[in-house]
Design a protein around this ligand. Sequence first.
Ligand code: TYD
Length: 137
Amino acid sequence: MALKDQYKIIEFKDLGDERGNLVVIEGEGMDIPFDIKRVFYIYGSDSEVIRGQHANRETEFLLVNVSGSSKVKVDNGEETEIISLDKPRMGLYLSSMLWKDMYDFSEDSVLLVLASRHYDGNEYIRNYDEYLEIIKK
Ligand code: TYD
């Protein structure tokens, strides 16, 4: 599958008014394609740190830098793309079986992650050579 069909940048509506901004993300095909089972967020990562460096057999994700900025490199074994996350209204949808790196975190970066599955360490592929073998099967 072409990499461009494995991720999607989504611009969420801002329901804000004179009191401030309000962004809503509803699951199950409303704003994002999946039912949200898990939420986590990453902050306090140094600008030198590279996180992720894994693929997930099952889980789909939606990433939003609700504060600050970071970069995400996606890789399907054949193509790579770098996406800059720097707006609280901008979401990055990632399908399963994509290799991903998150890096270049700003000091104020809070990276919110919505996931389609509960955590299961067994569905993580953390070795890049193994990832390549699996997707080339
Ligand atoms: P890790 O997958 O290395 O984080 P990242 O994708 O940001 O690089 O996760 C760090 C630790 O936290 C690891 O021991 C697994 C654990 N963890 C959970 O228990 N539940 C979760 O939902 C996540 C994302 C991680």
